[in-house]
Design a protein around this ligand. Structure first.
Ligand SMILES: Nc1ncnc2c1ncn2[C@@H]1O[C@H](COP(=O)(O)OP(=O)(O)OP(=O)(O)O)[C@@H](O)[C@H]1O
Ligand SMILES: [Mg+2]
Length: 356
């Protein structure tokens, strides 16, 4: 959770400071005023990268030498990010430089919900795996160990395949790959069961049309069902040699929730798809709080896209009850915020708090 924020020379935000509330922060303003840029700054602080530009160079304000984002976490620990074309990216936590971005991510659990998040269903399995693994990364320390090791071994095996090494040299990696892959699968399945339990409750409030729906988890482990990964790797060796990469494994997993025995992608309206994605992120935040006692920062860009005013109110009401610090943008929104919340107006890169 962040208690103070200062952004300088980031897109159209020349020098902007504000004190976010611990609950919902509603950020209103015209197109191009700088709302998404504020979310981008917070995202960079927690994740070490932007969500809309591959290079930091395009985030840096035109003609400026360096951008900065500085904040205090609620435990009063200063965290700061600085970028200049000459020195690159530097991140400091508690005034000490950070070596790994993942150290930062583990300090500040953050989920970004883009305006087009309803496209979740159309995107590839990688996107869905990332969503699930985000929660595991924060609540299950053994997941990181298995995932890091899995990735390393997979890289080695793929490199052996690319170099057309002998079968024995390729299969040298299989036992380790299978061991970590099976562990990852077990953890993902456990997380999905927790996720569904929270999701059902939240989604029924966000989207009352589906309040009595029946849900089912579909998990595809990334190899043939009812077979150990080790056997699948052994059976697929000929195909892997042809492809020159490892096809079966946890890196090829996918999952979904079926609703009333149908795929939500086939029956949901766009608004319902957005609510589905929102409920997933909210459920993850809830699990993170009760497993790790850590509040999530939730960035929700353009709440009004795809949602009518009634469903927007459902979302804001739900957010107020959740263990999250939310930053929600909209061009215009009528809503009476409760305690621990604040409304801000952004105009040409400047921010002012509503009612002060
Ligand atoms: N590197 C940059 N330097 C200066 N200004 C920039 C830079 N990159 C983008 N901008 C401008 O910053 C402004 C803020 O953009 P931002 O996306 O934050 O607006 P927004 O309030 O989210 O608008 P919308 O409601 O349309 O989503 C835009 O006018 C954009 O053209
Ligand atoms: Mg925007």
């Amino acid at each position: 959770m962040l208690s103070q924020l200062r952004i300088t020379a980031l897109r159209n935000l020349t020098d902007l400071s504000f004190e976010p509330a611990s609950g919902i922060n509603l950020i209103l303003g015209a197109n191009g005023s700088g709302k998404t840029s504020i979310l981008e700054a917070i995202h960079m602080l927690a994740m070490g990268k932007s969500f809309r530009s591959r290079t930091m160079k395009s985030v840096l304000q035109f003609g400026q030498p360096q951008l900065q984002v500085i904040a205090k976490t609620v435990k009063n620990r200063p965290v700061g990010l600085q970028y200049s074309t000459g020195d690159g990216l530097q991140i400091r936590l508690n005034s000490a430089p950070l070596k790994r971005i993942s150290d930062l991510a583990s300090q500040l659990p953050l989920q970004f919900i883009p305006a087009n998040c309803h496209q979740f269903f159309e995107q590839g399995p990688r996107y869905r795996r990332q969503l699930l693994d985000w929660g595991l990364f924060h609540v299950e320390p053994s997941f990181n160990l298995h995932w890091q090791s899995y990735r390393k071994v997979l890289k080695q095996r793929n490199s052996a395949l690319r170099q057309h090494k002998k079968i024995q040299e390729i299969q040298l990696w299989d036992t380790h790959l299978a061991e970590h892959g099976e562990a990852i699968t077990a953890l993902r399945k456990k997380q999905l069961a927790c996720l569904l339990a929270e999701f059902k409750l939240i989604f029924s409030r966000l989207c009352p049309t589906y309040k009595d729906a029946e849900y089912e988890i579909k998990y595809r482990s990334g190899w043939l069902k009812d077979e150990p990964l080790l056997a699948a790797l052994s059976k697929g060796i000929g195909r892997d040699q042809q492809l020159t990469y490892t096809r079966s494994g946890s890196h090829a997993a996918d999952w979904s929730f079926r609703i009333n025995d149908t795929n939500p992608a086939d029956v949901f309206s766009r608004g319902q798809q957005k609510l589905f994605y929102l409920a997933l992120c909210m459920a993850q935040a809830k699990i993170t709080e009760y497993r790790k006692h850590e509040n999530t920062i939730l960035l929700l860009d353009d709440i009004s896209s795809e949602l009518d005013s009634e469903h927007q109110s459902n979302v804001l009401r739900e957010l107020a009850e959740l263990p999250v610090q939310a930053f929600v943008t909209a061009t215009n929104l009528e809503y009476n915020l409760g305690l621990n919340s604040a409304m801000f107006h952004v105009e040409q890169g400047n921010i002012s708090k509503h009612g002060s």
